[in-house]
Design a binder for this molecule. Structure first.
Ligand code: AMP
Length: 232
C-alpha cells in the first residue's frame, strides 16, 4: 500500500508517518528530508548539491530528488508499500511519481493532508530541536530538551536544524504555498485526498488518521477490483 503525507513543514508529517509505519508493521516511512540530511552529513555528491538549497529553505531541484525517490521505492523493503513523507513537493514530482507507479501498476492508495494553521507551525518549527544521533524531536515549549542539550534517550547532541531558524521558516512556508499546496487539488481531483485536522494532540491525530484511512482503504480495495476498462 502506497501512502503520501502532505502539509506545511512542521505540520507533524514525520511524526505521524513514523507512527503509521509502526502501526502497519511492514511498510517503511520514506522521508526525502531525512535522506537528504543523511547525504549532507556524509558529504556525498548529492548532499553537497542539496545543502545550498536546504539551508536557504528552497526545494532541491527535481532532477536530484526524483531519481533518489524512484531508487528508494525500488528497494526490497518497499515491496509491500511505503509511506512518503516530504515527497512529492510539487506538481511535477507528483506527475513523475504517478508515471512510475503506473508502470509498476501500484497506484497511490491515499494522500493524508495534515491541516493546521500557519501561525501554529511557525511556532512549532522555530521551537523545534532535534537529536543529531537518534533524530528524536524536542520542543522548547511542550517538550524541552535537557539543559545540557544532550539527548536523554541516546546521549546524542541536540541541535536546531539550520532551516528551522525564523527567517528560513518563513521562506519555507512561502515555498509550501506556492509549490506544494497545489497538490491538494491534484490529489483531490483523483479522489485520493484525506484531510486531517493536524492541530490536535499527536495521539488524536493518529487515531483520526487510522479511522479515516481504514474507510478509504476499504474503498480503494473495491476500486482495484473494478476491471481497468471501466475506470478510465
Ligand atoms: P523536510 O525535512 O521534509 O522539511 O525537508 C527539508 C528540506 O529538504 C526542504 O526544505 C527541501 O530543501 C529539501 N527537500 C525535502 N524533500 C524535498 C522534495 N520532495 N523536493 C525538493 N526538496 C526537498
Amino acid at each position: 500500500m502506497e501512502l503520501i503525507f502532505i502539509g506545511y513543514p512542521g505540520s507533524g508529517k514525520g511524526t505521524q508517518a513514523a507512527l503509521l509505519s509502526q502501526h502497519f508493521g511492514n511498510i517503511p516511512k520514506i522521508s526525502t528530508g531525512d535522506i537528504l540530511r543523511a547525504a549532507v552529513a556524509a558529504k556525498t555528491d548529492l548532499g553537497m548539491k542539496a545543502k545550498l538549497f536546504m539551508d536557504a529553505g528552497e526545494l532541491v531541484p527535481d532532477y536530484l530528488i526524483i531519481d533518489m525517490v524512484v531508487q528508494r521505492i525500488s528497494e526490497p523493503d518497499s515491496a509491500k508499500g511505503y509511506i512518503l513523507d516530504g515527497f512529492p513537493r510539487n506538481i511535477h514530482q507528483a506527475q513523475e511519481l504517478d508515471r512510475v507507479l503506473l508502470n509498476h501498476r501500484r497506484p497511490i492508495a491515499g494522500v493524508l493532508s495534515l491541516e493546521i494553521e500557519k501561525k501554529k507551525v511557525i511556532e512549532r518549527l522555530t521551537s523545534r530541536r532535534v537529536c543529531s544521533k537518534c533524530g528524536h524531536l524536542f520542543n522548547l515549549i511542550s517538550d524541552p530538551p535537557p539543559a545540557n542539550n544532550i539527548c536523554s534517550l541516546c546521549k546524542g547532541q541536540i541541535y536546531q536544524r539550520s532551516d528551522d531558524k525564523p527567517e528560513t521558516v518563513l521562506h519555507r512556508m512561502e515555498v509550501y504555498e506556492e509549490a506544494t499546496r497545489p497538490l491538494k487539488s491534484y490529489y483531490g481531483s483523483q479522489g485520493k485526498l484525506i484531510p486531517i485536522d493536524g492541530s490536535l494532540s499527536i495521539e488524536k491525530v493518529q487515531a483520526e488518521i487510522i479511522n479515516r484511512l481504514t474507510k478509504a482503504l476499504a474503498q480503494f480495495e473495491l476500486w482495484k477490483r473494478v476491471p481497468r476498462r471501466y475506470t478510465s
